[in-house]
Design a protein around this ligand. Structure first.
Ligand SMILES: [Zn+2]
Ligand SMILES: [Zn+2]
Ligand SMILES: [Zn+2]
Length: 172
């Protein structure tokens, strides 16, 4: 079992091969992926968009399992953001430590856009992502804001200190 994040090539090889036991190509990918969420006065406002494809998904993938026999084909325990050991578990268990603002600190606009990591499950069949579900609202464990940008003046706020996902010390 790997401990480090996958490369895109390794990811493609895994989904191409499918499960070696039951030969199915239906796999479930679990990942921490980036989501962009519009906020109005501190509350979600409209549908989020998120990066559940390509490099974003591969980088955040921490588990790939067969849909049929549930065999694990890949697991990773390191934080996809900072590389800290056991960071995935902490990122999934911890709640968001970066409070979402009700208004921009600079121009007082109530519309901001949050960039956050959220846990997601994506169903794969061969190289095709067939179904994707994001798994966390801002108040749920596993949601971690990493950036807030004002829609009016584009002022950016980012958390300071340790890793916003796993609160670990950066090793990369
Ligand atoms: Zn299987
Ligand atoms: Zn981390
Ligand atoms: Zn502003």
């Amino acid at each position: 079992m790997g401990r480090v994040p996958l490369s895109e090539d390794a990811f493609a090889a895994l989904v191409d091969a499918g499960c070696p036991d039951c030969k199915t190509k239906k796999l479930t990918i679990e990942a921490l992926v980036v989501q962009w969420l519009p906020l109005l006065a501190g509350e979600p406002f409209g549908a989020p968009s998120w990066g559940y494809k390509g490099e974003d998904l591969v980088r955040g993938t921490y588990r790939i399992a067969c849909d049929g026999c549930k065999r694990e084909l890949f697991t990773s325990s390191v934080c996809p953001q900072c590389g800290a050991a056991h960071g995935v578990r902490r990122a999934l268990d911890n709640e968001n430590a970066f409070p979402l603002p009700e208004a921009c600190a600079s121009c007082a606009s109530e519309q901001v856009r949050v960039t956050a990591f959220v846990p997601a499950r994506v169903a794969y069949e061969g190289r095709r992502a067939s179904k994707a579900r994001a798994g966390a609202a801002p108040e749920d464990p596993g949601f971690h804001a990493i950036r807030v940008e004002c829609k009016s003046c584009h002022q950016v706020t980012e958390p300071r200190g340790g890793c916003p996902l796993c609160s670990g010390e950066s090793v990369v």
